[in-house]
Write a protein that binds this ligand. Structure first.
Ligand code: ATP
Ligand code: MG
Length: 179
């Protein structure tokens, strides 16, 4: 945080990133590490917070919160973790997010809609680097869980523990079986 000449704090170096984190994987951890190095604080928004127990969104906001906080426990990254529910009115989406999080000046996203909405609202928008995207994706982790393939190496070790604790693989397989 930098103090401006008018005595107010600038939050230009406080950045925000949004994901659904279904589940939190190594690509997410790498991008957070990478952007944290250029930020004072990082605000991690758990998107679609109201969603759980579906094939594409199997984990609750609380379970995702636990995955992320236990992973970041050993990292020296100053972060805030904020669940955000969907609001399917894009013209007020930014205001909705702003109402839920600490002040920030910059948004990291590759999603064209997210980028447009935040830049229209006057925020600096930067691209977030992708790490081994072919393997490190929520879709790939869930696919492997359903098919019984090895998925554990795609997520940080604390996430493996959280998923096992809640019997997440069986949950996802049950959800995938529904006709
Ligand atoms: P899903 O396949 O379920 O959509 P996802 O891997 O795309 O999952 P999301 O939960 O949708 O992850 O979160 C999207 C955010 O995570 C975006 O900011 C995106 O840039 C970032 N992200 C996803 N995968 C990676 C990766 N491999 N490396 C860096 N950032 C990633
Ligand atoms: Mg995605």
């Amino acid at each position: 945080m930098v103090m401006l000449s008018n005595g107010k704090a600038s939050h230009q170096n406080d950045g925000l990133i949004i994901g659904r984190f279904q589940p939190f994987h190594r690509g997410h951890l790498e991008v957070i590490r990478s952007i944290a190095s250029e930020l004072d604080h990082i605000i991690i928004c758990i998107g679609s917070a109201q969603q759980s127990h579906t094939v594409n969104n199997p984990f609750t906001a609380g379970e995702r919160y636990q995955m992320i906080s236990e992973t970041l426990r050993d990292e020296s990254i100053p972060y805030y973790l904020v669940p955000i529910e969907d609001l399917n009115r894009y013209n007020v989406w930014v205001a909705h997010v702003v109402s839920m999080v600490p002040p920030f000046g910059r948004v990291y996203s590759n999603n064209p809609l997210t980028r447009r909405l935040f830049s229209e609202a006057g925020y600096e928008v930067r691209s977030a680097p992708l790490f081994n995207r072919y393997m490190y994706s929520g879709t790939e982790v869930r696919r492997r869980m359903v098919s019984g393939d090895e998925w554990e190496s795609l997520v940080p070790e604390p996430v493996v523990r959280v998923v096992k604790d809640i019997d997440g693989e069986d949950r996802l397989r049950d959800l995938a079986e529904e006709v």
